[in-house]
Design a protein around this ligand. Sequence first.
Ligand code: NZQ
Ligand code: ZN
Length: 387
Amino acid sequence: MQNFVFHNPTKILFGKNSVPSIGAETVLFGKRVLLVYGTGSIKKHGLYDQVVQSLLAADATITEHGGVQSNPLLSHVHEGITLAKENNCEVVCAVGGGSVIDEAKAICAGTPVQHDVWKFFTGKKSIKKTLPLTTVLTLAAAGSEMNSGMVITNDATSQKFGFGNKQLFPKTSILDPSVTCSVPADYTAYGAIDAVSHVLECYFTTTDPYTPVQDRLMEGLVINAMESCNRVLAKPDDYHARADLMWTTTLALNGLTSSGLGKVGFPMHMIEHSLSAFYNVPHGAGLSAVIPGWMRFNARLQPERFAQFAERVFNIHTGNVEEKAKQGIDALTGWFSEVKSPTSITALDIPGTDIPRIAANAMTLAKVWRMREYTEEKIEAILNDCV
Ligand code: NZQ
Ligand code: ZN
């Protein structure tokens, strides 16, 4: 186990009827609030009224920045920053899924500075100060509600980059599972797949040979993400299944699983981000199209790790190491199909002829993330395994 510092400062209020606390939790950081939300689901399901009522009851002055789209765009972040500056906002409150929370984080980072917020994503500037952020999570998926990361697409350059800084942790996040009961089947599945991928990225890229506690935690989260997702798909208003899935997706990317693993990478995300940037595919769908190919490519290099995954997650005990590794990948791919998520880039109607330009785009992110073990050729070879 490697040395590590685990410090997650986000306060979580989890459970039924936790939404009305958002007002009091937010004005702790200031009364001039920028309220950030998506394209309409919170209004459709009554959450918007509940949040506004709570903020007004806490004496907040609200400036609204709605219209955040899935795979949030830098141009819309710029609009939010201008609004926050013009209205002297002191705190940002995000109500939505990962896209809304990530855009809110970018606004928190970009409002205190004069330069383009994109410079943080390309490493040209580092964050000194941010506005504080509170959130109400509406979709179990990205884990942004309890981590220091954010992912934004630069619509001018078609680059979708992720960036992390400890000042981007939300101060408080409210997780009421009943709010996610309106999430449709497809985004429920995409969210569970996203959580599975957050675990797999760490599970398969750590080079530490002895990490039993982390392994069991990660294997358990993968099993639970699949099982709770299946329960939700069978009964969408099952509160306890929604609660199980919600807490699983938050734990899958809040720093706990990777503590002690040493250096880990996010190669599946590095490739998927190019699919979302170019084709605007839902993040989880892009991942289920990339993961099987990436796993097949890497199982050849370290079959033992993939065999352990097969044994512990899918109870596969027949065959040699290579055979178990293959059966485990097939079992996970089978689950992606079961929850109706694509398992190849062909299933996303992405032609194989696009592979070189996708690989070139992904390579720009690999460079920013300093993934020195990746070359354009290697990314192309993996994408050819995803056709
Ligand atoms: O636009 P709205 O109205 O919000 O509708 C959304 C959107 O259409 C809808 N939705 C959300 N909550 C709902 C709901 N519909 C009905 N009922 C509800 N309760 O679902 C759609 C997708 O929402 P989105 O926020 O885009 O999904 P998700 O939470 O999966 O976030 C995806 C984004 O997170 C980033 C991804 O790159 C992507 O941009 N990620 C962020 C990470 C982080 N910050 O740590 C890590 C992840 O790996 C991921 O990359
Ligand atoms: Zn993800």
